[in-house]
Design a protein around this ligand. Structure first.
Ligand code: GAF
Length: 390
């Protein structure tokens, strides 16, 4: 289907009025998609990540309704679903896209919050299945709406775990804490340096305009091939590596200890997985140090090294994303890497602002040469995290 056009907040409000008998919503809550600048598959290893929020958002228009009943319309499916307290008594009863909404209600109730019944209308500019965290955006916008409608108190730093629980337990996807943290805690003009062990954060200024730079996001359009099973397999490998090394998580191995650690591992595949995570954590720390020093241009080689590590050691890239990275670098990008869980999704390239179009054109041409579906390309600036709109 073609994506709806027009302002996303207006679409959510108009959808609400159309679906629910002409009444206006009590409010609108927005949550963005994200890209991860660097730090991939480190979150569930208690490590470091550095995402920033996108200007693409999911918006929920909502009001309360009587009883323990939730009615949800989504512009993308055009469907309205309803679920009640029985459906959120345990995971698995609501499936499909509705599970992300029901999962948030379930997680709030499980944490002891009295969630009000509600009617919701959802509109979104975050593309589905492109690795830009459309699921976390949906969960976080719904969470913000339900908290406000119910007058519930849950500090922002505790919200990501709750949204993650909806996804891990109700939806059943074994993802880490990065996406919900990014969507909820990012700030405009900054990347979010998150320590996934204690969830402490530092807002790192990432002023691309001032540096004359741009981040080009390239949607590889690669179909997600076995992404869920492969993600879970990578997670198991990391856990096996940590267990074999006698550490709580791979975060506990530093690059200085890496050679000695690898020598203790019998299995070549586990060695590659461990090497990716340990070196990736260090690349995040190095990137943060450069950004703190205002040396934005200099992070390019770290981004590219991250991609090589994902390609060769973690083995989560596919030909489309490798082609996009190679073509972007050949056209003058300062650095480029796949972002997100892998097996498709998006690539980001750090480029001189005045070269963004040329780099996008070079990637598009490389795709045409290989008969891949044409990529999507857009330049982005770090945007705010989840917020109430009115
Ligand atoms: C996906 C997951 F949801 C995140 O938790 C993270 O593991 C990421 O893949 C890889 O860095 O987006």
């Amino acid at each position: 289907m073609t994506h709806p056009t027009g302002d996303v907040a207006e679409r959510a409000a108009a959808g609400f009025t159309d679906q629910y008998g002409g009444s206006a919503a009590a409010g609108r809550w927005a949550a963005p998609g994200r890209v991860n600048l660097i730090g991939e598959h480190t979150d569930y290893n208690d490590g470091f990540v550095l995402p920033f929020a996108l200007p693409l958002r999911t918006v929920v228009a909502a009001d309360r309704q009587d009883g323990e009943r939730w009615t949800v319309w989504s512009e993308l499916s055009g469907e309205t679903i309803t679920f009640d307290a029985d459906d959120v008594a345990e995971p698995g009863r609501v499936t499909g896209w509705g599970a992300y909404v029901a999962g948030v209600v379930w997680a709030l109730r499980e944490a002891g919050h009295p969630v009000p019944g509600a009617r919701l209308a959802i509109a979104s500019d975050v593309p589905l299945g492109s690795g830009l965290s459309s699921s976390a955006a949906l969960e976080s916008a719904v969470l913000a709406a339900l908290l406000d409608l119910g007058g519930l108190e849950l500090p922002a730093e505790r919200q990501p775990r709750l949204a993650q629980r909806a996804e891990n337990v109700y939806v059943g996807a074994p993802t880490g804490i990065m996406d919900q943290s990014a969507v909820i805690r990012c700030r405009a003009g900054h990347a979010l340096f998150l320590d996934c062990r204690d969830e402490s954060v530092e807002q790192i200024p990432f002023d691309l305009d001032a540096a004359g730079l741009a981040v080009l996001v390239i949607d590889s359009r690669a179909p997600h091939r076995h992404a869920d099973g492969e993600y879970a397999a990578r997670r198991r490998s990391c856990e096996a590596g940590a267990a074999a090394l006698g550490v709580t998580a791979l975060r506990d191995v530093t690059v200085d200890q890496l050679d000695a650690a690898l020598a203790k591992l019998d299995d070549a595949e586990t060695r590659r997985r461990v090497r990716h995570v340990v070196t990736e954590d260090q690349r995040v720390l190095d990137t943060v140090a450069l950004l703190r020093a205002g040396r934005v241009r200099d992070i390019g080689p770290l981004l590219t090294a991250s991609h090589v590590s994902m390609r060769d050691d973690f083995e989560i890239t596919v030909p489309e994303v490798d082609t996009a990275v190679e073509a972007a670098l050949a056209a003058g990008a300062l650095g480029a890497r796949m972002t997100g869980g892998g097996f498709g999704g998006c690539v980001l390239a750090l480029v001189e602002a005045d070269q963004a179009d040329a780099v996008a054109a070079a990637v598009t041409a490389a795709y045409a040469n290989r008969n891949f579906t044409a990529p999507g390309t857009v330049t982005v600036l770090p945007a705010p995290g989840a917020t109430r709109l009115n």
